[in-house]
Write a protein that binds this ligand. Structure first.
Ligand code: PLP
Length: 397
């Protein structure tokens, strides 16, 4: 057999590999605390589950329109109107099986040999993987720890060249928990006026998870780029629905049809019952979301404080999502070695920053989608292990 070259360019998401290793160790009877996986440790709210069950009982068993049932797309538009005070056309919403699909479609639509796509580094690993798969050249956008893992808008603008087709932004971010300040976004948007052919994909899948009273800044706030903005959001994180596979993309009018055609070619439609569950998630009570975010907020404070007590660790307080991304250079270990040693020696699963791009060296990602007790125990185990390795006291800077 001779498969296509592009398969050799496809990357992966190491979180799934670490999860498999962690599960393997747990199956051998080892005590494993999993702070590796990026999914809420909550159940989908019962009213949402019930809506899915009812849809099946009501006979919603067939194909639906490829871009999603009209009621679902209308519910997305209403949710956007309510959250952002922005009007969007439901016909520009394309519902897909998870946020990743909007991402893949954007890369397939813009990427080809000879073009460049810019993406955050450290960032969600699928960006770089899918850019390479598309044939485009990935151009990393550097994020700065000292700026709360924001980019520098001037630097981003300087990197844009004639081959640039698409810029990917992600705030709140995986893996850093960083939130890009409004001023930086505004500077970028203003500068993009000089590059009218460059599209923007804003991955806002963590839009409901911001802390310390910070309001989410959506790229929808900028009408001047609306005709070249792809907005990615979905249900996976907000409603603890990762396994249902449901996401939405808002596409420029000129591209919605292309996205729908890709859907027809790839998966036909999202499964029908899931779409009804998605409507209930958006229209039903939102208390479960508020409770989950409050729980994440408490854990965020605990994990950051505890990690900062560890020798060789330095962790800024993340302002969004559910990840902490401590700098571990003071331990003397590189990210991959520390990831492996923590999993094998003390049973704590975290992900090496290098799984999220070259700029992730010197960092580990901890997902705090786990109980306070487990978080505390995990950090305690790491502390004991670091002491046994003779890693010195925590830095005070
Ligand atoms: N975007 C980011 C930044 C993510 O972290 C994730 C999942 O981890 C996704 C998109 C994909 O979400 P979904 O599970 O809906 O495909």
């Amino acid at each position: 057999m001779q498969i296509a070259d592009r398969m050799g360019r496809l990357g992966t998401e190491s979180a799934f590999e670490v999860l498999a290793r962690a599960n393997g160790l747990a199956a051998q009877g080892r005590s494993i605390i999993n702070l590796g996986i990026g999914q809420p440790d909550f159940s989908t709210p019962p009213n949402v589950v019930e809506a899915g069950r009812k849809a099946l009982a009501d006979g919603h068993h067939g194909y639906t329109p490829a871009n999603g049932i009209p009621e679902l797309r209308a519910a997305v538009a209403a949710d956007v109107a309510q959250r952002y005070n922005a009007e969007i056309d439901p016909d520009q919403v394309v519902c897909v099986p998870g946020g990743k699909v909007t991402m893949a479609f954007a890369m397939l639509m813009f990427g080809q040999a000879g073009t460049e796509i810019m993406y955050p580094d450290p960032g969600f690993p699928i960006y770089e993987s899918m850019i390479r798969f598309s044939g485009a050249t990935p151009v990393p956008i550097r994020l700065y720890e000292e700026a709360g893992f924001s980019f520098d808008a001037d630097e981003v603008l300087d990197q844009i060249g004639p081959a640039t087709r698409l810029i990917i932004l992600n705030s709140p971010a995986n893996p850093t928990g960083g939130v890009v300040p409004r001023a930086e976004i505004e500077k970028l948007v203003a500068g993009l006026a000089r590059h009218p052919d460059v599209a923007i994909m804003s991955d806002e899948i963590y839009s409901r998870m911001t802390y310390d009273g910070l309001a989410h800044v959506t790229l929808l706030d900028y009408p001047e780029i609306r005709d070249r903005l792809i907005l990615l959001d979905g249900w996976s994180k907000t409603y603890a629905m990762t396994g249902w596979r449901l996401g939405w993309g808002l596409w420029p009018a000129a591209l919605a049809e292309h996205a729908t055609r890709l859907a027809i070619n790839c998966h036909s439609c999202v499964n029908a019952a899931t779409q009804y569950a998605g409507i209930e998630a958006l229209q039903g009570p939102q208390d479960a979301v508020a409770e989950m975010v409050a729980a994440f907020d408490e854990r965020r404070r605990i994990i950051t404080d505890d990690l900062n007590q560890l020798p060789g660790f330095r962790c800024i307080k993340p302002l969004g999502a559910f990840y902490a991304f401590p700098n571990i250079t003071g331990t003397g270990f590189d990210a991959r070695t520390l990831q492996d040693r923590l999993l094998e020696d003390v049973g704590v699963a975290a992900i090496a920053g290098t799984s999220f791009g070259a700029q992730g060296e010197g960092y580990l990602r901890f997902s705090y989608a786990n109980s306070v007790d487990n978080i505390r125990e995990a950090v305690r185990r790491i502390g004991d292990w670091l002491s046994a390795q003779n890693v010195g006291p925590a830095s005070t800077d």
